[in-house]
Design a protein around this ligand. Structure first.
Ligand SMILES: [Zn+2]
Length: 545
């Protein structure tokens, strides 16, 4: 509100004159006293969760466990019932973290120009594995364009080419003519497609679009961090690595090596994509063989999703799941010990959890139980690859079935927002109640303003989508200064030590957002029809039941 006031003041003095300034002042909506109280509670929750004592709430650490205990205490104080199978608020998730073992990494190419060994980190970044401490794959190379099997968008890269027991070479990045949310899904499932086609492994080469998406240096930094998956009762790990045993990304400078003697050179391929961003490369065999070795070291820990239930009335066996990830990325390693190394995750995602807790309080304070039950889930290991939510989505809670998910991640409550984005809403019947609830607060529902960032697959709702559960991901919009806030945050504070309570957090905006979340969940929980995918939704077709 202060920001709006100053803007009005500046404009009135320089352009419009004192009368207009006074008129503008009188039209500013007064603060709602109920929301002002909400704001204080959100502030208290965030102050605890983003404190240095919690050391960045990394899944599997004491800091995370302290945060989980705090959330459980709040659930109890609010009066929510425990929702886990053992009658507590904690759904334990066995996590395996698997780190690359540099000593085991090797990639050798054998082609028309002889044998070449590439260097780990300089020339190639291998996958890490949750299953194998050591693994070597060998095979002839086959180039399969973008490696897509999506006939509905005209991409059938595996048609008429045999890749069984071979190593496929795919272009990183994606063609531009596929809708962003579909593109994001196809990008993530590329390894599964290769595995399903019988390939032994995948080598990803750089394309012009890929360079923008994942600069080589950043890819190298990512390779230093561990992967995480959950361990099932049989001891198998549900990792993110997909359907092949080993894969690697080849550096922009080494990518051409794979195409030595091929029917189309790497340079010609890149040129063709620069000329036409929708260029469809054909698939062809490369006169090259590769041997790729990868190695990983394992560490197993347990971390819990924190789950509670508000019992519904006549449709109480249908669960509307509200999620917000409680974990963050912990300490920054290898930093000068005199400097701040704690990534507090105030906006990522102490905000999401705190506004979810406040939505729960609003439900209880309303005195009216919704028809469907509401599950409140502060989930673990989102930052490790949506792991806690994936476990939750595949392990139904007792007494009911999850029928919809509303996710909150990284609401940047530092400006008086006037619009909200509901990623994924257009795919299901959740759009209408989401729109009704948002507009009842005088807030607009906007379309995805940054499709190129693929936010739809980058948070926990996607775990539910994959299990066929209609989901929306709520995010603050780009109007009224939101775009600048978002871009600045991503550039300077995101996943860094500056995402702490020193930011200009406006808790009143958090209160407004939590109210919207409550209204949306309440609308969904009370609507006559059970949430369902729209007939034309590609996610409904892919995953719907
Ligand atoms: Zn994050």
């Amino acid at each position: 509100m202060r920001y709006l006031f100053e803007k009005s003041l500046g404009r009135s003095l320089t352009i419009l004159g004192a009368t207009v300034f006074l008129a503008a002042c009188s039209t500013l909506p007064p603060k709602d006293p109920v929301l002002m109280e909400s704001a204080l509670r959100i502030k208290a929750d965030m102050t605890f969760l983003a404190d240095d004592a919690l050391a960045g709430r990394e899944a599997g650490t004491q800091g995370y466990d302290a945060a989980a205990a705090y959330v459980a205490e709040q659930y109890a104080a609010i009066g929510l019932a425990p929702a886990a199978a053992d009658g507590t608020y904690f759904q334990p998730v066995k996590l395996r973290s698997f780190e690359r073992n540099p000593d085991k990494m090797a990639l050798t190419l054998e082609g028309p120009d002889g044998t070449t060994s590439l260097d780990y980190l300089t020339d190639f970044l291998p996958s890490n594995s949750s299953k194998y401490e050591e693994k070597t794959i060998t095979g002839d190379l086959v180039f399969v364009g973008y490696g897509l099997d999506a006939p509905e968008y005209g991409y059938t890269n595996y048609k008429n080419i045999d890749v069984a027991d071979k190593i496929v070479v795919v272009l990183g990045g994606m063609p531009k003519n596929i809708p962003s949310d579909v593109s994001a899904h196809l990008r993530r499932s590329r390894m599964d497609v290769a595995g399903a086609k019988g390939a032994a492994g995948v080598l990803t080469v750089y394309s012009p679009g890929y360079e923008e998406w994942l600069p080589w240096q950043r890819a190298g930094r990512y390779a230093q961090s561990a992967g995480v998956g959950w361990i099932d009762d049989q001891g198998n790990v549900e990792g993110e690595e997909g359907g092949v045993a080993a894969s690697a990304i080849i550096s922009p400078t080494s990518s051409a090596t794979l195409f030595a003697g091929a029917e189309m050179s790497y340079a010609d391929l890149v040129e063709a994509i620069i000329v036409d961003e929708n260029y469809q490369p054909s698939s062809f065999e490369l006169p090259m063989r590769a041997e790729l070795s990868i190695g990983s070291t394992f560490e197993d820990v347990v971390s819990s999703n924190v789950v509670a239930k508000l019992e519904g009335t006549d449709l109480n066996a249908e669960y509307i799941v509200l999620t917000a990830h409680l974990d963050h990325i912990g300490h920054t390693k290898n930093i000068d010990s005199t400097k701040d190394s704690i990534n507090n995750g105030a906006l990522d995602n102490a905000t999401g959890v705190s506004t979810m807790l406040e939505a729960a309080r609003t439900f209880v304070a309303s005195g009216e139980r919704p028809r469907r039950s509401i599950i409140f889930a502060a989930v673990t290991a989102e930052e490790k690859g949506l792991v806690g939510s994936d476990y939750l989505a595949q392990h139904p809670l007792p007494g009911g079935e999850m029928v919809a998910n509303v996710n909150l991640d990284m609401p940047l409550i530092t400006y008086p927002f006037t619009d909200v984005i509901a990623f994924g809403a257009e795919h299901s019947t959740l759009e209408a109640p989401t729109r009704r609830a948002t507009e009842s607060m005088g807030v607009t529902l906007s379309d995805d303003p940054v499709p190129e960032m693929n936010l739809f697959v980058r948070s926990d709702h996607y775990s539910f989508v994959k299990q066929g559960i209609p989901s929306v991901f709520l995010f603050l919009g780009f109007e009224n200064g939101g775009e600048d806030v978002f871009r600045t945050f991503m550039r300077t504070n995101y996943h860094g030590v500056k995402d702490d309570l020193g930011q200009a957090i406006d808790y009143y905006q958090g209160a407004r957002f939590s109210k919207i979340k409550y209204l949306i969940a309440n609308e969904i929980a009370n609507s006559d029809e059970k949430p369902a995918w729209n007939d034309d939704s590609v996610f409904g077709k892919m995953f719907g039941k």
